[in-house]
Design a protein around this ligand. Structure first.
Ligand code: HEM
Length: 121
């Protein structure tokens, strides 16, 4: 199992904590989810983020991220904020994993996010 998938098994469901961190860091993003009453948009977004991180950032994943970055910019989420969600996800997962988060885990996450962001620009 790759180190990212292995670490995700340690963190439970980090979704609420990830969105809480996003709204704390970028309060202006909160109202964008007002119409997401059921939480399905938030769930779909995180599913895509995790899928892109767990699978090697191949052409399919980088294409998705590139397309969504443009879509999101069109509806008011600048690229810088869009990209930051990946780092927020890493930080929240690190905190939840505690001591089980090793330097290898950290390196795997950081290099995968850097690779995905660079390849999708
Ligand atoms: C902080 C950054 C982000 C914010 C504030 C944000 C916000 C949103 C919002 C408000 C929607 C609903 C759009 C609508 O009104 O229909 C949405 C949808 C979606 N987001 Fe994000 N998003 C962010 C980052 C991402 C990232 C990094 C991904 C995946 C790589 C992603 C994937 C999606 C997908 C798949 C949908 C649903 C389909 C679509 O409308 O394209 N989002 N996002």
């Amino acid at each position: 199992m790759d180190p990212i998938t292995a670490s995700l098994e340690l963190v439970g469901d980090p979704s609420d904590a990830i969105y809480a961190r996003l709204f704390e860091r970028f309060p202006e993003t909160k109202e964008r989810f007002d119409r997401d009453v059921s939480g399905s948009i938030r769930a779909e977004m995180l599913t895509m983020v995790f899928d892109c991180l767990m699978n090697p950032a191949g052409p399919y994943q980088t294409g998705l991220v590139r397309t969504e970055r443009v879509n999101h910019d069109g509806f008011g989420t600048p690229a810088k904020v869009f990209d930051s969600l990946f780092w927020i996800v890493r930080d929240v997962c690190r905190e939840r994993a505690g001591a089980a988060w090793t330097p290898e885990t950290e390196a795997a996450w950081t290099s995968q996010i850097e690779r995905l962001l660079a390849a999708s620009k």
